[in-house]
Design a protein around this ligand. Sequence first.
Ligand code: KIV
Ligand code: ZN
Length: 393
Amino acid sequence: MIHDPNRVYVFDTTLRDGEQVPGCQLTTPEKIEIARELEALGVDIIEAGFPISSPGDFQSVVEISKAVRNPTVCALTRANRGDIDVAVQSLQYAKHPRIHTGIGSSDMHIKHKFNSTREDILARAVDAVAYAKRFVEDIEFYAEDAGRADVNFLAQMVEAVIAAGATVVNIPDTNGYCLPNQYGDKIRFLKENVQNIDKAIISVHCHNDLGLATANSIAGLQNGARQIEGTINGIGERAGNTSIEEVVMILKTHQNLGLHTNINARNFYEISHMVATQMRMPVQANKAIVGANAFAHSSGIHQDGFLKNRENYEIIKPEDVGFPSATIVLTARSGRHALKYHLERLGHKLDRSELNDVYQSFLTLADNKLDINDEDLQMLVTSNVSLVQNENK
Ligand code: KIV
Ligand code: ZN
């Protein structure tokens, strides 16, 4: 198979990193439903769970492995043989199984989480990969807290695990610490200094503690990573993970980056709603791509420009991400153009002075009512007797 150097693989961890969020826990049937939607969305890899963590998570990996055919199904482990044995068992029905094993790579984690040394951690990493490779061909290694790790030690670790059989090396910014240029430089350093790096795909896995998860993921891709890990709606530990919908639409919008995915972006709106509902985690209204206001225009200046040419204020077409349509929201900041647009939509063609009259009544109403709906507009027109008479002539 010829490998397309510009193809970015999408690794979804909604059902693992996303599901770790308190209150977001799902039953196995709910996870299967989301996994099927992820398959329809076109993700390349579904991280289905952390099988050793609980019998429920183990069962979910088993059932998701049976339910989907196209995506690779991935199971998370720590770098020890016990975790790997359980993960191997959970993946027995997967058409394309992957084990995702790893260990801390920063001195912070090595000293204060593992109470260990770099040498010992390196040996454990290599042993975990080599052991997992006995059972499964596709092995992803994560260097936890790579964002804060010493880059030379990280390069040494990455080279060693690739030599042991890792097919993908995940460089997580576990704590969402890096600036985009720092994270991008780290990925480029690995690309340029790890001798066997051409034998593996570099993966970016960013957290959003400083609101930089998407920016850092893009910086990683610009510097040579070809797999991006994230979740739907950006849910995940603490401030969340990278939003898959954001990265995909950035690559589509900025074609000059020359990178593409296999994602069917028109499915984003539907899957976003499904995840929000099932995980009881509402999407903030101003969330990029899938938030309720992502395509709502409310100020007079924007509405006027949008009605003249939608591209004045729209860089993505709502239908391209499955959004029902753009909306012109009527508020006390709206102008006559927006009001005229909605009145004509309801069948009322008014001349200039009639529109002026209705606009004045509209402003009074909008100052006192947050949400102006079609009923309110009908009332504004019919309450103006002269207009009704004119319209009936
Ligand atoms: O954030 C992280 O480092 C992780 C790893 C387990 C991949 O989620
Ligand atoms: Zn994570």
